[in-house]
Design a binder for this molecule. Structure first.
Ligand code: NAD
Length: 250
């Protein structure tokens, strides 16, 4: 096991479960101190306790990522406590799929707030706290590249994340701060179980060259690579972790 994050301080949004939790565990396993920021504060505390029980260091923060103050509070506390801030993983989002006709102002506001605005506030706050060597990883989606029926807002938000990541990378590069995105295909997390019909999941596997869904660990490994110094010449990039499905025509 490598120790790429020894002495580094990271914050993962939506880190209490699913892909975020996998990234929290992977960063901690390689020596990083991890902040877990999640609307589900109890789950975030459980995740932090599990990391500490396994010998790592973690802090839990409750809050809604749609609000800038959530980031200023969490990153401010971590910087004050540990004297540095190195890695932000913007992972949280609230998602609902549905026909265009059923989109409501409430749904649109919530998805854009948690999936797009949050990343703007996260990047703004993290960039202010980071020194050269800092790395921001945004969890976008393969949906940024494809036309998914009943996913107009989600696909639009995720495509927007890739656009803002490239702009942030261009602006922050001269300060030595990198910004990249990971684009998972379907990963069987709680969020997906609520939102996606099991028959559709079977169809997606059949249309995936690797004939399987990607796992939380697959996505966490890609996020850790981009967050680490191994990717020190990579910025403004997006990395598909989808078993080849997005570019295949099966
Ligand atoms: N699972 C997939 O198939 C898949 C595919 C592509 C992209 N992604 C992306 O990966 C990321 C994680 O997905 P997941 O499947 O693990 O999700 P999930 O629903 O299982 O977990 C999301 C976490 O974010 C937290 N969260 C939600 N709204 C929040 C808010 N307003 N403030 C703070 N925390 C909030 C939830 O409490 C939860 O812990 C998302 O950005 C998602 O779009 C997932």
């Amino acid at each position: 096991m490598t120790r790429r994050f020894e002495g580094k301080v990271a914050l993962v949004t939506g880190g209490a479960r699913g892909i975020g939790r996998g990234i929290v565990e992977a960063i901690s396993a390689e020596g990083g101190i991890v902040g877990i920021l999640d609307r589900a504060e109890d789950l975030a505390q459980d995740a932090a306790a599990a990391i500490e029980a396994a010998g790592g260091r973690a802090m839990a923060f409750g809050g809604d990522v749609a609000n800038r103050e959530t980031f200023t509070a969490a990153i401010g506390i971590m910087k004050q406590r540990f004297g540095r801030f190195d890695i932000l993983v913007n992972n949280a989002i609230w998602v609902r799929y549905g026909p265009i006709a059923d989109i409501t102002p409430e749904m649109l506001g919530r998805m854009v707030g948690t999936g797009f605005n949050s990343i703007v506030w996260g990047i703004q706050t993290a960039a202010d706290a980071m020194e050269a060597g800092g790395s921001i990883v945004n969890i976008a989606s393969a949906a940024a590249f494809i036309g998914m029926p009943q996913g107009m807002v989600y696909g639009g938000v995720k495509a927007g994340v890739l656009g803002l990541s490239r702009c942030a990378a261009a602006e922050l590069g001269p300060r030595g701060i990198r910004v990249n995105s990971v684009c998972p295909g379907s990963v069987p997390t709680e969020g997906v179980k609520i939102n996606v019909d099991p028959e559709k999941v079977k169809l997606r596997i059949a249309k995936t060259p690797m004939q399987r869904l990607s796992s939380v660990e697959d996505v966490a490994r890609a996020a850790c690579f981009l967050a680490s110094d191994e990717a020190q010449s990579i910025t403004g990039e997006s990395l598909l972790v989808d078993g080849g499905s997005t570019h295949a025509y099966l």
